[in-house]
Unconditional design. Structure first.
Length: 134
């Protein structure tokens, strides 16, 4: 089971991008992580749909362009959720519901199979019409 994004500390690219001057489209920011050290994070920008630009972090682990970086409990650096193997709570609920649904179907099929087997056994035990003695 994956750790949850909701339980990890996170930084938003938009928030840390504010440390860059407005005229710079990209740059590097140093983050001080208490008890761990200093981490350098690259920030880039893409043109916004209605003007301006959007800030993105480049994940130090996999070089993906992401909107958030996460630091789970016991983590050593801010990385994307893929690098930390983090999932959302809703994904786990969906998987749980799927397993429950599969169990329900399996139980119904087993029950139906047992019922069909019982009927088949009864049909085998029944004497045939021509075998009946009058």
């Amino acid at each position: 089971m994956k750790s949850l994004v909701e339980c990890a500390d996170s930084i938003n690219a938009r928030d840390i991008g504010r440390a860059l001057p407005d005229n710079l489209e990209s740059g590097r920011i140093e983050l001080e992580i208490s008890g761990i050290g200093i981490q350098e994070v690259e920030i880039i920008s893409t043109p916004g749909q209605y003007g301006g630009f959007l800030r993105w972090c480049i994940c130090p682990g996999c070089s993906r362009r992401v909107g958030k970086l996460y630091l789970p409990t016991g983590g050593y650096a801010f990385l994307c959720r893929y690098c930390h193997n983090l999932g959302y709570r809703q994904q786990q609920l969906r998987d749980f519901r799927k397993t429950q649904y599969e169990k329900k179907i399996k139980t119904k099929l087993e029950k139906r199979s047992k019922e069909q087997l019982r009927i088949l056994k009864e049909l085998i035990r029944m004497p045939k019409a021509k075998d009946k003695v009058e």
